[in-house]
Design a protein around this ligand. Structure first.
Ligand code: BGC
Length: 349
């Protein structure tokens, strides 16, 4: 079967090649891959800056945002041939740490977790893959190809769940949310904020292209310019850019008790002069919380599947803005103007 593979650590090593059928040891559920979403992490892996091949191998099958159709599943697996599924990215560490032992592998404590398509496990960008049923999440059939958004939505569902858990440390009546960055993660964070009935403000740099209207069509407000006043009025901030200066400006300006969730992975290398003593003082005196959030466990995938099933499919279809066949995979891995979520199609739904 064909797969998109890459040699981690080596720039521009990606290619489509023939690989063996997925081994039975990967699990009893056999899935035909329909689509693979591309995100910043994939671009980093293809640029040789991130990613790890499975032990003893040079190459890794790429792809962690997946949508597939079940071909074979055991009778007691809760899955049946024809079901649409998304594959979970992370697998618990083998020790396992207390979180991985409890199915909270997104909170792995020892870093020995693995991730399909990213860290030591083949990804989903092959014509077929195998999986254990506990790592495959059912997608409502009415979502069709839009189910490819389940993985990025799971990352955002986890971020929101943790914001709310932290918020409940005291009286928690959030009203206003600031989302920074209107890429797919920011847009999905805004969607989940609106689904919670909150007033959502989204800040991005661009004034043109699809982002402003996508935000407005959620019933949220789109902003460009400086973050100061927006952060000062927020009860919750979901930061989705990873831009160091922006993060610093946000945490310096948020009001007392604000919960700020960082989801963007910074490229680093741009030192910013900052007075951490002043920042510490404000954070202490205001009971501020700033926390990082990565990955998602099964519960978050289920929350994501439910949130997407409630969303307007026409809106989601504007987020999945490009679909290219596997043969033209290169097109999907080069960012184009106005790109949101390019997707590689492996088979028709
Ligand atoms: C994925 C996460 C993963 C993270 C770090 C992100 O792009 O969505 O599932 O944990 O990269 O590898």
């Amino acid at each position: 079967m064909r797969a998109l593979t890459v040699q981690p650590g080596h720039a521009d090593s990606a290619r489509v090649e023939d690989v063996p059928e997925p081994p039975e040891s990967d699990g009893p559920v056999l899935v035909r891959t329909l689509a693979i979403g591309v995100c910043g992490t994939d671009l980093e892996i293809v640029a040789g800056k991130y990613g790890w091949a499975p032990p003893g191998r040079d190459r890794l099958v790429l792809g962690h945002e997946s949508l597939g159709r079940v071909l074979e599943a055991p009778a007691d697996s809760g899955l049946a041939p024809g079901d649409l599924v998304a594959g979970i990215v992370r697998r618990p560490d083998p020790v396992p740490c207390p979180n991985c032992a409890a199915g909270e592998w997104d909170m792995c404590r020892n870093g020995k977790y693995t991730e399909r398509g990213i860290k030591e496990l083949d990804g989903y960008c092959s014509e077929r893959y195998r999986i254990r049923p506990e790592f495959a999440v059912k997608v409502a059939s009415r979502l069709g190809h839009l189910g490819v958004l389940i993985e990025p939505a799971s990352v955002v569902a986890k971020a929101w769940e943790h914001v709310e858990r932290i918020g409940r440390r005291a009286v928690w009546r959030p009203r206003r949310v600031l989302v920074t960055g209107a890429g797919p993660i920011g847009l999905l964070a805004a969607l989940l904020g609106r689904q919670r009935g909150l007033e959502v403000h989204v800040l991005d740099r661009v004034t043109e292209g699809p982002k402003p209207q996508l935000v407005r069509d959620l019933g949220a407000e789109y902003h460009t310019g400086s973050v100061g006043e927006l952060a000062a009025a927020a009860d919750v901030v979901v930061e989705c850019t990873g831009v160091g200066q922006l993060v610093f400006d946000i945490v310096s300006r948020t009001p007392p008790g604000c919960v700020t969730c960082l989801t963007g992975i910074s490229s680093g290398g741009r030192p910013i002069p900052a007075d951490f003593g002043v920042l510490n003082k404000t954070m202490v005196l205001e009971n501020d919380v700033v926390f990082g959030s990565v990955n998602a466990n099964r519960r978050h995938y289920e929350q994501a599947a439910a949130a997407l099933a409630r969303a307007d499919p026409a809106w989601l279809a504007r987020v999945v803005n490009r679909r290219v066949p596997l043969d033209r995979w290169r097109d999907a891995l080069v960012r184009q103007k106005d790109d949101l979520k390019p997707v590689i199609s492996l088979a028709a739904e």
